[in-house]
Design a protein around this ligand. Structure first.
Ligand code: SAM
Length: 278
């Protein structure tokens, strides 16, 4: 699809008098070569339904509309961008739906139902920093399980999703991410690529959700056990997991009760969660 007739993103921002708002975590990507490169990390998208949180001026959205995805659903909380995004939606000739809403409270299943639902959905987004982690946890652990996600986070968060046991970055986000998805950091993006530049570097992470997921009660137990274990990460598990069964729980799950959370691989946490849920 050709969108060349649209004004450049910078012109669109200037013409509409739109300045970035810090409270909405707004740092824009105005280089279409870069947004197209991000979309390529998500391929194949043929026939997919793409959900994008926070289109802002629409740099990533334009690249998504150009892709072979069947439909793009863009969720934006800041009403100032609606006129500009409506123009893009018109140019997309029925392949883009704009939803003015807070992404933390949307019903993904209902929105994507006309386009094949969760199993056909790929979430692709340059996430606002302030809600990036809660949204990731919601999509990994909740009842709406997309096929895949290609998400930009601040680099430190991105590295935590993919960190392995024993490394400093390994924590609750690593365990939950890797227990429920194949996780790969696919691209690093310097702060200067954004307008305005944030204080930190960013990175794009690709998640392919596992088809063989633990049942919901075990996922809930995994959230609980990792919260206790990493909430007091310097303590031995016999102590940090005391409210959940302490030493007996560890022995049942074949985990050394004297070990610390950061040394236990994802499979160990899955065994603990299985015991708690049983
Ligand atoms: N996708 C655009 C880009 O790459 O240039 C903008 C990305 S900017 C980091 C984050 C966007 O998310 C902003 O447009 C902001 O208004 C929007 N946003 C922030 N919080 C949101 C929320 N809770 N729900 C939906 N959109 C939100």
């Amino acid at each position: 699809m050709n969108l060349d007739h649209l004004p450049s993103l910078r012109e669109a921002l200037n013409e509409n008098g739109l300045a970035a708002k810090k409270s909405f975590g707004q740092h824009f990507l105005l280089d279409l070569n870069l947004t197209r490169k991000i979309v390529r990390q998500a391929e194949p998208l043929d026939g997919a339904c793409v959900l994008e949180v926070g289109p802002g001026p629409g740099g990533l959205t334009r690249a998504l509309v150009e892709s072979p995805a069947a439909h793009v659903i863009a969720i934006e909380k800041d009403a100032r961008f609606v006129p500009l995004l409506n123009e893009l939606s018109e140019a997309a000739l029925g392949r883009m739906t704009l939803v003015e809403a807070d992404a933390l409270s949307i019903d993904e299943a209902q929105l994507t139902a006309p386009f094949g639902g969760a199993t056909n959905t790929h979430i692709i987004s340059n996430l606002p920093y302030n809600v990036g982690t809660p949204l990731l946890i919601k999509w990994l652990t909740g009842s709406f399980t997309p096929k895949a996600m290609t998400l930009m986070f601040q680099k430190e968060v991105a590295m935590r999703t993919a960190a392995k046991a024993g490394s400093a970055a390994y924590g609750r986000l690593s365990v939950i991410s890797q227990a429920l998805a194949e996780v790969k950091v696919v691209m690093q993006v310097p702060a200067r690529a954004f307008t305005p530049p944030p204080k930190v570097e960013s990175a794009v992470v690709h998640f392919r959700l596992l088809a063989d997921r633990p049942p919901p009660d075990r996922i809930a137990a995994l959230e609980t056990v990792t919260a206790h274990a990493f909430g007091q990460r310097r303590k031995m598990l016999r102590s940090s997991l005391r409210p959940l069964g302490g030493e007996a729980l560890c022995r049942d799950a074949e985990i050394d009760p004297d070990a610390r959370a950061e040394t236990i691989p994802v499979e160990g946490f899955l065994r603990l969660a299985k015991r708690i849920a049983a």
